[in-house]
Design a protein around this ligand. Sequence first.
Ligand code: HEM
Length: 99
Amino acid sequence: MKHKDRNDCWLLISGKVYNVTQFLEDHSGGVKVLLAASEKDATDDFEDVGLSDDAREQMQKYYIGEVDATTIPTRRTYKAQTSTVATHQEDPGFLFKII
Ligand code: HEM
């Protein structure tokens, strides 16, 4: 999970770890998707894209090892984005008295 930026990016796909640091700029799907797939189990993201056999073959170049599955968090905790609630904080300038 520490390997998650442009200078050091590892991916975890199907229990295998890939060091894609050198590949980031060459990835035709873009750098961002790979960075977004780091720091977690990227298996589902990867399978959802449905990459070609060629892509799967290329992956082998970046394979660096297996991960101990018991150390993978089962669920990633996402911090919900705080929604922008429109509030009217300006002074209305006048008040109605409600009787
Ligand atoms: C070592 C891992 C990976 C390799 C070697 C790789 C390689 C490739 C290659 C060769 C392509 C060109 C299209 C194709 O051949 O299917 C591609 C496209 C793409 N990849 Fe990856 N990829 C990897 C991981 C990922 C991951 C983890 C994601 C997303 C979570 C991803 C998302 C995409 C997307 C969105 C495209 C564009 C698909 C399109 O043009 O329709 N890739 N990748």
